[in-house]
Design a protein around this ligand. Structure first.
Ligand code: NI
Length: 253
């Protein structure tokens, strides 16, 4: 069930039975000539909502803008600074905790968010350690836990990407993530000529350097291989794997 399609008494009622919630988080950044700018946010949202349906868990609105400074050389990309994203995540978690949610499960769609999310969780824990669990956290008395799950890097989804695309998977604008968006949004499938077929690889620094190294935005990938049929398999595998991780997270001490 989607949090933003609930009325508050429904949320209050659900909290009597479960204090877990899924928060999709992604990025709004170029994904090469045939990838959607929203790919990372859309993939996290689609997988997060799939987990919500499979396990009857509440799913919060997606945090759609993340850490994308190195993509700003391409039209349409939007970034937050690390300090801004930390503040967004911290305020989101503390708002939810105030109501009694104490298991906050982030489904992440963007590798560039990982370090900053870790810092945001550390800020949340530091607030609680410095001020005590009661202050600013409403009636919540159980220890608050935040968890980060990247939909794209579990063993099952990595094995499937390897089977489908091998060396053409790459690390940005991958055929796996493009396939997932093609499955979820078939009306928005893009076609483009990609040269070379497999994009170059290399380090990432600032946006100018990025555009020079990776002129069409891809890194190491061939997303021309993407298909909605593959996207369906990727969706099902990712939802299963992320749902299992959510269950483990909720059962842990
Ligand atoms: Ni991506």
């Amino acid at each position: 069930m989607l949090l933003h399609l609930c009325a508050w008494p429904e949320v209050e009622d659900r909290l009597k039975h479960s204090t877990g919630i899924v928060v999709p988080i992604g990025s709004t950044e170029q994904h090469g000539p045939n990838g959607l700018i929203g790919t990372d946010a859309l993939c996290a949202e689609v997988v997060g909502r799939g987990v919500g349906e499979a396990l009857d868990v509440l799913v919060a609105p997606t945090i759609s803008v993340g850490m994308a400074q190195h993509h700003l050389g391409f039209a349409g990309s939007i970034t937050l600074r690390p300090s801004t994203l930390i503040a967004v995540v911290r305020d989101t978690v503390q708002s939810l905790a105030r109501h009694g949610f104490d298991r906050i499960f982030f489904v992440n769609g963007h590798g560039g968010n990982i370090a900053t999310l870790g810092a945001a969780f550390a800020e949340v824990y530091a607030d609680r350690s410095l001020h005590g669990p009661e202050e600013g956290s409403g009636r919540n008395s159980r220890a608050l836990r935040c968890h980060l799950k990247n939909w794209f890097d579990g063993p099952a989804i990595k094995a499937l990407s390897e089977e489908l695309y091998g060396d053409a998977e790459g690390s940005h604008a991958t055929p796996s993530e493009v396939s997932l968006t093609q499955f979820a949004f078939p009306e928005s499938i893009k076609r483009a000529a990609l040269t070379p077929e497999i994009a170059p690889k290399g380090p990432i620094h600032d946006s100018e350097d990025y555009r020079r190294r990776f002129p069409d935005g891809r890194i190491g990938s061939n997303p021309a291989l993407a298909s909605p049929e593959a996207g369906k398999r990727i969706y099902e595998t990712a939802v299963d794997e992320v749902a299992a991780d959510y269950r483990r997270f909720l059962d842990a001490e």
